[in-house]
Design a binder for this molecule. Sequence first.
Ligand code: AMP
Length: 199
Amino acid sequence: MTRGDAAAAEPLPKPAGAVAPLAQASTPPTLADSHGEHLAYVALGANLADPLTQVRAAARALASLPDCRLLRLSSLYRTAPVGNRSIRGQADFINAVAALYTRLSPAQLLDALFVIERRFGRRREYHHAPRTLDLDLLLYDERIVDSQRLRVPHPRMHLRAFVIAPLLEIAPQALIPGRGRAAAWLPAVSSQSIERLVE
Ligand code: AMP
């Protein structure tokens, strides 16, 4: 995602009352297992064309990716656009984070995310353009990837309430390689406006 990371006005509600529709968040998912599966976290975001429906449908699309299974999906969160003036003028975003077990490599998973984005009609018109659907690969086991096309952990994830809050909801113990516990970044994002939607 390319939204800016500047702080906005309202305090971040604690992601309490965690909803983990597919599994209990109290049992942390384990990393790569003996079946060759890897644990990946993907951020979902949309702010065009009925974003609630887009994010829900995108979660279903993630669940049906080949060689992947959806382990957990966070609640949906409504977040105010933050960043430069062109972004602040846009509609609110709907965000969520999904945990997947996958046999795909990080690069293959990124390609699969691009395919879903395209299927949802995302146009990359300009850098901060509003998006029908944006999917970012946040974490892949505890691996660090730093290629021209892919950086994992996502380089700005720790500065974004719309990533940190839903991530902590489904993975309270999550580690961001090179940056420590995700929970330690909550204070840094606590001034960004975010609302958990109760469904
Ligand atoms: P965006 O338009 O904000 O979704 O950014 C997409 C661009 O970021 C693509 O060119 C990707 O190759 C690149 N990228 C680098 N690291 C990641 C990541 N962890 N997840 C998604 N896209 C990434």
